[in-house]
Design a protein around this ligand. Structure first.
Ligand SMILES: Cc1cc2nc3c(=O)[nH]c(=O)nc-3n(C[C@H](O)[C@H](O)[C@H](O)COP(=O)(O)O)c2cc1C
Length: 225
């Protein structure tokens, strides 16, 4: 692998492609003019770019082979977590999946909080509308949810318990209404089975619109960007 001082792979398939173009343009040119006019310098440059092309194209293929498949799954009642999920999806290039319960939650806030409280007290596992088609294909699974009564909505436990997440990287993200993290991530860890858990992201539901720079920093911090 060709590594720069900053630790990044500096082989670039685009530079490689340019090298090929340059090499062939130069050959055409040589037929029109005399070889002496072009001289040795351009010949070396052409060969150098040609070699870079081959290394660069190989690097491109290797990068594609190593790319991790990402899923961004989320539950959202009033839209804040959905907004955050879309930002994470845009930054990671993953597939989006909305976790929805068969029985919809009440539309009014107070009714919803009462309903959710009962579900929590019963340690319920609400049935979900659909399953991720090919969970086995994903290497990294982000799971987003709002803080409900100091923890995740019970639908998140239904989701996590519906799959074998062993060996996958699982990363929670959460929005709250002022209570902060509370037991959201610690309870999440207990329900995530043998997944390889990474540090979660949390923000106030009212600030998700401005969260992008923080989301980017977090993704860099956990090595996902
Ligand atoms: C049923 C219910 C329970 C909630 N419980 C809490 C809580 O315990 N602590 C908190 O900070 N916010 C709580 N909230 C506020 C939500 O966590 C917050 O508004 C969140 O951003 C909503 O996300 P959503 O728009 O994706 O549904 C609750 C909201 C609802 C509807």
């Amino acid at each position: 692998m060709t590594i720069s001082k900053k630790g990044k792979d500096i082989r670039n398939p685009y530079i490689g492609a340019l090298g090929i173009m340059f090499y062939f343009c130069r050959c055409k040119e040589m037929n029109r003019r005399t070889k002496k006019v072009l001289g040795m310098k351009t010949k070396f440059l052409g060969v150098f770019l040609m070699m870079w092309a081959m290394i660069g194209l190989e690097a491109g293929a290797q990068h594609t082979a190593n790319a991790k498949k990402v899923l961004v799954a989320y539950f959202s009642w009033s839209g804040n977590t959905r907004n955050l999920a879309h930002q994470i999806q845009e930054l990671t290039g993953g597939d989006l999946f909305e976790i929805e319960t068969v029985k919809a939650y009440p539309e009014k806030y107070r009714s919803c909080t009462e309903y959710a409280k009962k579900e929590k007290e019963a340690d319920a596992r609400p049935a979900l509308k659909s399953k991720v088609k090919d969970m086995d294909a994903y290497d990294v699974v982000y799971v987003g949810f709002p803080n409900w009564w100091g923890t995740a909505p019970m639908a998140i436990w239904s989701f996590l318990e519906g799959y074998d997440l062993t060996g996958k990287t699982v990363i929670p993200f959460c929005t709250h209404g002022g209570g902060g993290e509370q037991k959201c991530f610690s309870d999440f860890a207990r329900h995530a089975g043998k997944a390889d858990l990474k540090k979660g992201f949390i923000c106030h539901g009212g600030t998700v619109g401005d969260a992008r720079p923080k989301v980017e920093r977090w993704l860099e911090e956990i090595g996902m960007k």
